[in-house]
Design a protein around this ligand. Sequence first.
Ligand code: SF4
Length: 336
Amino acid sequence: MYPGDAEFGFELLVCRWAEESWPPEERRSDAVIVARQLGTRRRRWDTVVLECDPAGLAARRQFGDRELDSDLLHVVRHAPADWEWYRDALPYPGYPWRYVREAIHRADARDVIDTRRNGNRIEIKRIAPYPDWLRRIVAIENKPDLDASAARALSGQLEHDVETALADEVWVATEATGSHIEPALLEDLPVDVGIVALSFGEGPANESTDVATEFTGTVEWYPSEVTPTDADDERQRRRLELAERAYGRGWRSYHETMRPDCRHFELRRFGSAFVPNCAVKRRSQTAAECAGSCPKFEPEPPTWRTRGWPIEGGPGKGIKRLLRRRREWIREREYE
Ligand code: SF4
């Protein structure tokens, strides 16, 4: 069983599984970035997998670790190789130029373009061509207990995902039931949607493994490639914005909303994943309950922070550093 028996714990394990094993049952040739809880105003996906060109992804690092929002992307993607007045260099964005100027100043402050003044005019120049790093987007809906009624409830959303074609593939991740034919296959999920089943079992314990459990994923149904009816620039722009958000956040950014600064917050190893655990509740807590409003919240005692404090901080800051370092490592890992 997955930690906390809650969808949040399951979601983290799906993210970790995708990070290690995507694409399933194929030799990996793409670099993979995984993020969670991303999407559009209308639809938010639990897990998002980006299949990336490895050289393009390496080139993307020149533009920093943080995401480029839509305004910054507009500037960075169209910044010229040589100095030019920004209004000559950039296509008309469809909104007032003063917002473009603000974006240029932000881009300059983040060192993702160069700027200079020529009289009253702001001129811009790119630091490097913005790379073509994104190949495909895969959306995964996590439903550990995918029974017939859950499948029916999901089918409308999944049909919408297939129709809008923002993602190239749509999948459902569920918990394996142990039967030969997964019941989910028999329910009315759209046939274009893939199904992967995660199995949980006892794995080898080691000194840092509190819960000697491992998990594996098995493809139960392969999806069809989503075919966009309208392969226009607008779709490309929205996909790139989504990809930039995934690049900047990854899936470990839960530490930004949860409370690693609570004395009861800890990370526990679950197979190859680290999962939040609440020492006082003696289980994996959900992201929603681990908040300042939690009645059991207690700040870290100041003595925990004495070593290296205030620069290094206490265990809470250490957890944040660890999660950030792992996100960076994933972005920078090498592919053959
Ligand atoms: S006590 Fe509450 S705030 Fe502290 S780790 Fe547990 S769930 Fe989070």
